[in-house]
Design a protein around this ligand. Structure first.
Ligand code: GAR
Length: 195
């Protein structure tokens, strides 16, 4: 898994993988930054961790190659991005494309990017949610695996809306990743099916 922040989605997935019938384990947790709660969650669960910072490389391409190598060394079947706040580059996508999932706190194709809940509120939508998708070269544009909706309340601010989204997001992530691990998945054009 790759993370950059609080790690609530990671924590939910780690908890699920404690059950052997879940069908997947977390082979490693990586981040683009130190000192985040997500890495603490990983260490508490005895998952191997690594940090791969863009600032330690000459340019994005070199960072992309390095991240690809370090992730590849763990031989993951699936790469899960959960609050990973960097765009993966061509080296990463050529190795893990089609088996790299990301979760976004908005109903795609609306409000891609870093500020889904803020932009949904500013637009005045009455329903928002989260989107689990297969990562492609765009920003939150890949084929959609699953979505869940939440109501937007009149007195919501960015934090309250994002928290309501995160409550359904971690359930969706745990459910979908488990089903992908146990049952596989297929992609036909933009349509993803978990049998
Ligand atoms: C999640 O809501 C995730 O969708 C979002 O960051 C949060 C991470 O929470 N990701 C993005 O906005 C990426 N565009 P967490 O660190 O508590 O799992």
């Amino acid at each position: 898994m790759l993370v950059s922040g609080a790690g609530s989605n990671l924590a939910a997935l780690l908890a699920a993988t404690a059950d052997p019938t879940y069908g997947a384990t977390v082979v490693a947790v990586g981040s683009d930054r130190d000192g985040i709660a997500a890495l603490e969650h990983a260490r508490a669960a005895d998952a191997p961790t690594f940090v791969c910072r863009t600032a330690d490389y000459a340019d994005r391409a070199a960072w992309d190659e390095a991240l690809t190598e370090v992730v590849g060394a763990f031989e993951p079947d699936l790469v899960v991005l959960a609050g990973f706040m960097k765009l993966n580059g061509p080296a990463f996508l050529s190795r893990f494309g089609g088996r790299c999932v990301n979760t976004h706190p908005a109903l795609s194709p609306s409000f891609p990017g870093m500020h889904g809940p803020r932009e949904a509120l500013a637009y005045g939508v009455k329903v928002s949610g989260c989107t689990l998708f297969l990562v492609d070269a765009g920003v939150d544009t890949g084929p959609i695996i699953a979505q869940a909706a939440v109501e937007v309340l009149d007195d919501d601010d960015e934090a309250s809306l994002h928290e309501r989204i995160k409550a359904v997001e971690r359930v969706l992530l745990v459910d979908s990743v488990g089903r992908m691990a146990r049952q596989g998945w297929s992609v036909n054009g933009r349509k993803v099916t978990i049998p």
